[in-house]
Design a protein around this ligand. Structure first.
Ligand SMILES: NC(=O)c1ccc[n+]([C@@H]2O[C@H](COP(=O)([O-])OP(=O)(O)OC[C@H]3O[C@@H](n4cnc5c(N)ncnc54)[C@H](OP(=O)(O)O)[C@@H]3O)[C@@H](O)[C@H]2O)c1
Length: 246
C-alpha cells in the first residue's frame, strides 16, 4: 500500500497533531502538508515519524489558483490522492454589528471556499480510485454562538457540505468524514477564549488520535455524520450516604 495524504493547516495545532499521528501508520507513505508558514511546516515534519516522503507547501489557501496547481501537481506525480484532510481555519469572534464585510469574507474564504476548492480539485484524481476526505468543522457550527457569527456560521456550512458530499461522492467510493471538535488548546482557541487555562481542555493530540481512528477500519460507518470530539468536563462526584435510614 502506498497512500498519499494531503493535510491543510499542518503548521501547528490540530493539523500538526493529525500529521504526527498519521505518520505512525504504515499504509500512508506520502504526505503533503500545507499552510502559509514554512517554519511551522518544517517543525511538523521534524515531529513526524521518519521514513515517510513528506512535501510541504507554504501557500495561502485563499490563493485558489495556486492551491489548485499544488493539488494538480500532487495528483499527477503521485498518480492519485487517497486522503484529503481539510483542517486550516480562521476565527475572529465578533458580533453582527462588529463584523466588517471584509472579515466576513475572509472567514468564509478560508473556512469554506478553500475547502470547496481543495476538495473539487482533489476529487478529479480521487474519483478514479476512491479515497477519504475529512473536514474539520466545530461544535460552534451546530449551536448558536452569539459574538462568533462569521466563524460559527462558516462551520455550519462545513457540516452540511460534508454531509452533502458524502452522498454525492459515494458513487466514486469516496468517503467523506466531518469532525466537530469542542474546546482544544491551540492558538485559534486563544483567540476565541483568551482567559481560559489551556491545560484544562482537550489537547490537539486527542483530536489527532480520533482522526487516525476514523480514517482506519475503526471508522467504518462513521462517514457522512457530524462527529463531535469533545473532552467532558470532570465533575466533582456527588457525596453518597454511608448508611441507609430505615
Ligand atoms: N481549537 C479549537 O478549540 C477548535 C475547535 C473546533 C474546531 N477547530 C478547528 O480546527 C481547525 C484547526 O485549528 P486549530 O485550533 O488547530 O488552530 P491553529 O493552531 O490556529 O491552526 C490553524 C491552521 O490553519 C492554517 N491556516 C490559517 N489560515 C490559512 C490560510 N489562509 N492558508 C493556509 N493555511 C491557513 C494555519 O497555518 P498558517 O498560519 O501557517 O497559515 C494553521 O496551520 C480549524 O478549522 C478550527 O476552526 C478548532
Amino acid at each position: 500500500m502506498t497512500k498519499t495524504c494531503i493535510i491543510t493547516g499542518a503548521s501547528r495545532g490540530i493539523g500538526r497533531a493529525i500529521a504526527i499521528s498519521l505518520s505512525e501508520r504504515a499504509d500512508i507513505t506520502n504526505f503533503v502538508l500545507i499552510s502559509r508558514t514554512e517554519a511551522g511546516l518544517k517543525e511538523t515534519i521534524k515531529l513526524m515519524k521518519p521514513g515517510k516522503k513528506v512535501e510541504s507547501y507554504a501557500i495561502d489557501l485563499t490563493d485558489y489558483d495556486v492551491a489548485r496547481d499544488v493539488v494538480q501537481s500532487i495528483g499527477t506525480r503521485f498518480g492519485t490522492i487517497d486522503m484529503l484532510i481539510n483542517v486550516a481555519g480562521y476565527a475572529n469572534p465578533k458580533s453582527l454589528l462588529e463584523t466588517s464585510v471584509e472579515d466576513w469574507e475572509k472567514t468564509y474564504q478560508i473556512n469554506v471556499h478553500s475547502i470547496f476548492n481543495m476538495t473539487k480539485e482533489t476529487v478529479k484524481f480521487m474519483k478514479r480510485t476512491g479515497g477519504q476526505i475529512l473536514n474539520v468543522a466545530s461544535t460552534a457550527g451546530s449551536t448558536a454562538r452569539p459574538g462568533w457569527l462569521a466563524y460559527a456560521s462558516s462551520k455550519a456550512a462545513i457540516i452540511n457540505m460534508s454531509q452533502t458530499l458524502s452522498e454525492e461522492l459515494s458513487e466514486y467510493g469516496i468517503l467523506v468524514y466531518c469532525i466537530s471538535p469542542g474546546r482544544c488548546a491551540t492558538e485559534l482557541r486563544k483567540v476565541l477564549a483568551p482567559d481560559e487555562d489551556p491545560t484544562t481542555i482537550m489537547q490537539p493530540e486527542h483530536v489527532g488520535e480520533v482522526v487516525n481512528r476514523l480514517l482506519s477500519d475503526d471508522g467504518v460507518c462513521l462517514d457522512g455524520q457530524n462527529i463531535v470530539v469533545r473532552k467532558q468536563v470532570t465533575k466533582t462526584p456527588v457525596p453518597q450516604p454511608t448508611e441507609q435510614i430505615n
